[in-house]
Design a protein around this ligand. Structure first.
Ligand code: BV8
Ligand code: ZN
Length: 229
């Protein structure tokens, strides 16, 4: 196998688990405690915006907990990004800010970002205060109607053109800490297999594990630094 030139890495909630942030579908996961239909769809926001804002305010507050820091897996990926001479794109499903805080640059948060708010009138994205309800009016149009800058179920993920271009050019695809349940992210491996070498690094086999040339199972803070070394 010739050395890869262009790499796409996809991460999910598992890579942030050892930083103290819960995943979604593990036994102690977020969707075990609250229903997607109640907090993570446009319909939920229209029906009960206060409940949805409170759900995201609570998760945003966790990002400010000094105990929540980038871990060795986030740092290893940022190091790979820094030194990789070919094309590199770190696509994350996570809405936490740990990849960015670890120093990743060629980073695409396809499901949005907890730390940001979006104007309901003009779509301008701006930083969110800890409680989104305390945000000033939209800096671009003055509307006092903001939503979390999060991609809810039924909404189009962000950056899909850039992701599709990176997938078309990659010859190595690495999936880390995701259960492979949510589309379109879960479909990326099927898009590239045969053309790119595909590797899964996850605590346990994901829904799509059969699509990977190789799968290594264990905690991300052990597997990712070893892969990057
Ligand atoms: C779209 C933001 C179309 C929210 C998220 C019916 C109705 C409507 C839509 C659909 C439908 N049926 C199917 C769909 C499509 C839907 C979908 O896929 N649903 C699934 C549930 C069947 N997808 C969508 O709706 C997407 N949009 O399709 O739009 C469209 C097309 C054109 C035009 C307009 C629209 C939008 C999907 C994005 C939704 N938003 N997040 C929030 O975060 O609050 S998705 C949500 O799941 C989270 O973001 C999360 O990141 C993501 C994926 O979960 P994972 O990251 O994989 O986390 P999970 O807990 O599942 O797994 C963790 C893994 O880590 C496990 O495998 C575990 O073993 C491992 N792990 C644990 N610890 C460790 C570890 N690994 C390593 N080390 C450890 N220490
Ligand atoms: Zn606006």
């Amino acid at each position: 196998m010739t050395a890869p030139r262009n790499i796409v890495v996809l991460t999910g909630a598992g890579i942030s688990r050892e930083s103290g942030l819960h995943t979604f579908r593990d036994p102690d996961g977020i969707w075990q405690r609250v229903r997607i239909e109640d907090v993570a769809t446009p319909e939920a926001f229209a029906r009960d915006p206060a409940r949805v804002q409170a759900f995201y305010d609570a998760r945003r507050a966790q990002l400010r907990d000094p105990a929540v820091q980038p871990n060795a897996a986030h740092r290893a990926l940022a190091e790979l990004d820094r030194r990789w001479p070919g094309e590199f794109l770190l696509v994350t499903q996570n809405v936490d800010d740990l990849h960015g805080r670890a120093g990743a640059r060629r980073l695409l948060p396809m499901h949005g970002e907890l730390a940001k708010a979006r104007c309901l009138r003009c779509d301008t994205v701006q930083a969110s205060p800890p409680r989104l309800g305390d945000a000033p009016p939209c800096a671009a149009c003055g509307a006092a109607a903001l939503r979390p800058h999060i991609v809810w179920f039924g909404e189009m993920p962000l950056g899909m053109e850039r992701i599709d271009a990176a997938l078309a050019a990659c010859d190595l695809f690495v999936s880390i800490g995701t259960s492979g349940n949510v589309y379109p992210a879960a479909g990326f491996v099927a898009e590239v297999r045969g053309r790119a070498r595909t590797l899964e690094l996850n605590l346990e086999p994901s829904e799509g594990t059969r699509f990977f040339d190789e799968a290594r199972h264990g905690p991300a803070t052990a597997l990712v630094p070893e892969f990057v070394a």
